[in-house]
Design a protein around this ligand. Structure first.
Ligand SMILES: Cc1cc2nc3c(=O)[nH]c(=O)nc-3n(C[C@H](O)[C@H](O)[C@H](O)COP(=O)(O)O)c2cc1C
Length: 337
């Protein structure tokens, strides 16, 4: 039966986001929450099989639980990539059935697969036949002129029959022509009721809602009706929210009492990465939104944005940026206790 071997980590996850959820970002997010499931950027089967695999699939052991998102539509290639990823220790393999970009459409994968549910089922079956870790799908409620009622039902049946372990639904349509990927995250209206109906009709399937969730309070409300919530932009742009995931959604202490303590805990990682040739900005660009309402937050951001990009910038730049923050006394000790 599907849905039984998925970890409770599906309760809350951070969405896969190209150019954003790279390994530095994921390491940072893991310091903010031990329990959220985190996803890589989408990596295509072609890149895994023919590209710089070691670099593309590299991750830090501290990131677990971490899911690899694959883009592709050839069942054999997906099975091979899933096998490679499982060997590397990834905790879940996710198939992208939601990305609307032109490049992805040309490759006949992503959101356009909403129109090919049987093929998606074959892809899931091929991966399930190869790996023991959970295989999941992230989809839309439909594309273009599709009726979301029927399109999502048909896709769900196909992946359910193939043994999918969870279905993550971005609760809006994608329009494959006329809208950019960014517009496709904003213009088609959100339809949470469609996802609630899906769950009501498939009690045994793990259903995760994604799209427009702006706070953990909203996430908690969805969790009354669904198995999980996936947060994308709000988690990335306002990462301080993640520090409350463990206390509010899992009843466990936050890993750190304050956002500042999290930034300080990044230091050893930053030193290690600089040593290995990573540029400071590649890491610090992900932490710009860490402070909310703390006096000096703007100066912190400005200092990092201007200084961390300079050649040879070292960890002292982050230390100097942190020193711009006033000690406001704001912390999470009350929920970390
Ligand atoms: C910069 C960016 C890159 C994204 N890249 C991916 C991706 O690689 N794979 C994917 O399934 N979705 C991708 N998405 C979509 C998100 O995973 C998510 O479905 C969408 O942002 C809606 O969730 P939100 O409203 O919580 O942000 C991306 C979104 C953004 C903002």
């Amino acid at each position: 039966m599907s849905g039984t071997c998925v970890t409770p980590a599906h309760r809350f996850s951070v969405a896969p986001m190209m150019e954003w959820t790279d390994r530095h970002c994921r390491f940072f997010h893991r310091l903010l929450t031990r329990r959220a499931l985190i996803y890589t950027e989408m990596i295509t089967t072609g890149a895994v099989l023919h590209g710089h695999r070691a670099r593309l699939l590299a991750y830090d052991a501290a990131e677990h639980p971490v899911a690899l998102q694959l883009g592709g539509s050839d069942p054999r290639a997906l099975a091979e990539c899933a096998h490679i990823a499982e060997d590397l220790g990834y905790d879940e393999i996710n198939l992208n059935v939601g990305c609307p970009s032109d490049r992805v459409q040309e490759g006949r994968f992503g959101a356009c697969l909403m129109a090919e549910p049987r093929l998606v089922g074959d892809c899931v079956a091929a991966m399930k036949g190869t790996v023991a870790v959970p295989v999941t799908v992230k989809c839309r409620i439909g594309i273009d002129q599709q009726d979301p009622e029927e399109a999502l039902n048909v896709l769900t049946s196909a992946v359910n029959d193939a043994g999918v372990d969870a279905l993550i639904v971005h609760a809006r349509k994608a329009w494959l022509e006329g809208l950019s990927p960014r517009e496709n995250r904003e213009i088609p209206p959100l339809d949470y009721d469609r996802v609630y109906r899906l769950k009501a009709a498939h009690r045994d399937l793990v259903v995760v809602l994604n799209g427009g969730v702006a706070s953990l309070e909203q996430a908690r409300a969805h969790l009354n009706r669904l198995d999980g919530v996936m947060m994308g932009r709000a988690a990335y742009q306002e990462p301080w929210r993640l520090l409350e995931v463990d206390p509010l959604l899992f009843g466990e202490p936050a890993p750190f009492a304050t956002p500042k303590a999290v930034a300080e805990a990044m230091m050893p990682y930053i030193e290690r990465e600089l040593e290995a040739g990573t540029r400071l900005h590649a890491i610090t660009r992900h932490i710009l939104g860490l402070f909310r309402g703390v006096p000096g937050a703007r100066a912190f951001r400005r200092h990092l944005a201007t200084e961390a990009v300079k050649p040879g910038a070292g960890s002292d730049v982050l230390a100097a940026a942190l020193s711009q923050l006033m000690d406001s006394g704001e912390n999470l000790a009350h929920i970390a206790a």
